[in-house]
Design a protein around this ligand. Structure first.
Ligand SMILES: O=C(O)c1cc(C(=O)O)c2c(n1)C(=O)C(=O)c1cc(C(=O)O)[nH]c1-2
Length: 250
């Protein structure tokens, strides 16, 4: 065990080094970027990721509910507005619904969560529940996988239109808007992390939390691989039906 804490710069570098485990390297994402994904795989990803999208504002509201600092809340509330929109401005959730339509899904299919696999649901719920239960500084910094997100959004913008001409162009708005939003979020998140994590214990725990968040993103894609690549959806050995639960129970 390290005895002296890392300097803020070293700690930031240690957080950035976690990018080696980002879901950009998951074979499911690699296939989507290389043009090897089927229509079913793209649609499955968009429908399942919608569950992540609608839960992000719940997660951010939980962080705010636990945060007594008005300055932080004033900044943090922007994340909720980014996704939910506000008068005169469409939010990210609406943009994702349009991505769904652009890949040939009906809005109702996304909104009903009928395609959301149990493994994806459990992973996303774990993120929201973590934010509800832990101290706000830790929950806030768990969003730092966004350090690596602009690269993945840019990669989709660069590769998908060429590989998948059947996807309608307006579907790409979501990825484009996240390029700047994620960079701004990361700036705030990194400042919080470096201010809060000044001891060895806090630094090590925050690195573990970032790994937990990386595990959530990776596990979501594992569930999608089983369903849309290996054709082993839950209960595949007993029925062709999507028998799993489709509503929020907790
Ligand atoms: O498409 C992606 O690969 C990706 C990844 C992540 C991430 O790294 O958590 C987010 C997003 N997108 C995203 O669009 C988004 O709004 C977002 C919010 C958060 C967060 O943890 O608060 N992560 C992400």
């Amino acid at each position: 065990m390290q005895t002296a804490p890392m300097t803020p710069e070293q700690f930031e570098q240690a957080l950035r080094d976690k990018g080696a485990y980002y879901h950009i390297y998951h074979p499911y994402h690699v296939a989507m970027h290389n043009g090897q994904a089927t229509r079913e795989q793209i649609q499955g990803w968009v429908a399942n990721r919608f569950y992540y999208q609608v839960n992000i504002p719940l997660k951010d509201a939980a962080i705010m509910a636990n945060c007594p600092d008005p300055d932080t809340r004033r900044k943090w509330v922007q994340r909720i507005l980014d996704h939910d929109g506000y008068q005169g401005a469409e939010g990210g959730i609406e943009a994702w619904l349009r991505l769904g339509e652009a890949v040939g899904l009906k809005r109702e299919e996304l909104i009903s969560h009928q395609h959301v696999l149990p493994g994806v649901r459990f992973a996303v719920d774990a993120y929201v529940n973590f934010a509800r239960r832990t101290i706000w500084q830790e929950a806030a910094c768990s969003s730092l996988t966004e350090l690596f997100a602009p690269q993945i959004h840019q990669k989709r913008l660069d590769t998908w239109p060429g590989h998948y001409p059947w996807i309608e162009a307006e579907g790409y708005d979501y990825f484009r808007r996240r390029l700047n939003e994620a960079r701004r979020d990361v700036e705030h998140g990194l400042t919080l992390a470096k201010t809060f994590c000044t001891t060895v214990e806090r630094q090590q725990r925050m690195l573990e939390i970032l790994q937990f968040k990386l595990d959530i993103l990776w596990t979501m894609l594992d569930a999608m691989t089983m369903a849309y690549e290996l054709h082993r959806k839950p209960y595949h050995s007993v029925t062709d039906k999507d028998a799993w639960h489709t509503t929020r129970l907790v």
